[in-house]
Write a protein that binds this ligand. Structure first.
Ligand code: ADP
Length: 237
């Protein structure tokens, strides 16, 4: 089976010369829900930005559904990877929720009736079906996070890549978000410091530190390894 995400010996340095990723390899298949954990500065966001071509490897390669991430494949890669930023204000920029969620399908050139269907299905999936006419910028953080997820679900992605989805949410909003992520059928890679969410939702965990992958395995085994958690600044809060 072709992996949804295949990162092979990826290294990346920022223009200032800082080596943010060192020889990272990671493969994710259909149906997998994977946590990406590690201290601040480990390289998690830098890795995620490679998965839809915002950043390009200094060395190594990234393939999405078998397609190498490069200019001629960018449209298809971005349709396959739904990247949700930590701050929903980076994702929501239209006057209404409908416009935000419709943006991707319209850009993909879908007919109006299909756009309408996609938007409704995406909003229903995040339990925000009644919100289409609301003004995105007037919503609560929890609601904005859900709408940000809907903006990528409307593109029918094969895999979701989420940066800190539960950060900044109150307990009820966090609980609701975990519930809806559990119900989504897509494979997902979730960068987070919320190890309780990892325990509940994500059966596989990848640990990064200093730009490299230091562990990759079943979440239960990784979270039971006190020495590993301690060595990489991880704590089950
Ligand atoms: P994480 O998401 O795990 O907190 P990041 O991917 O944001 O880690 O950062 C990895 C490293 O790259 C950090 O040392 C960070 O300071 C550095 N970094 C991030 N963005 C830039 C940038 N635009 N220019 C230079 N260095 C950067």
């Amino acid at each position: 089976m072709t992996p949804l995400i295949e990162v092979r010996t990826l290294s990346f340095s920022y223009p200032d010369g800082h080596a943010a990723l060192r020889n990272v390899s990671l493969t994710i298949h259909e149906g997998e829900k994977v946590a990406l954990v590690g201290p601040n500065g480990a390289g998690k966001s830098t890795l995620m930005l490679h998965l839809n071509g915002i950043l390009r490897p200094t060395a190594g390669a990234v393939r999405i559904t078998g397609l190498e991430v490069r200019d001629e494949n960018l449209g298809r890669v971005r349709g396959a990877v739904g990247l949700v930023f930590q701050d929903p204000d980076d994702q929501l920029f239209s006057p209404t929720v409908f416009d935000d969620v419709a943006f991707g399908p319209i850009y993909q050139g879908l007919p109006a009736a299909d756009v309408q269907r996609r938007v409704q299905a995406a909003l229903d999936a995040v339990r925000m079906g009644h919100m289409a006419r609301r003004v995105s910028h007037h919503l609560s953080t929890g609601e904005k996070k859900r709408i940000a997820i809907a903006t990528v679900l409307s593109m029918s992605p094969a895999v979701l890549v989420l940066d800190e989805p539960s950060a900044g949410l109150d307990p009820r909003a966090r609980r609701g978000l975990i519930g809806l992520l559990r119900e989504l059928p897509q494979a997902m890679l979730v960068a987070t410091h919320d190890l309780r969410m990892v325990q509940e939702l994500l059966p596989r965990t990848v640990v990064m530190d200093e730009g490299g992958v230091v562990a990759d395995g079943p979440t239960a085994a990784i979270l039971a390894d006190a020495a590993l958690l301690d060595a990489h600044g991880l704590e089950i809060a």
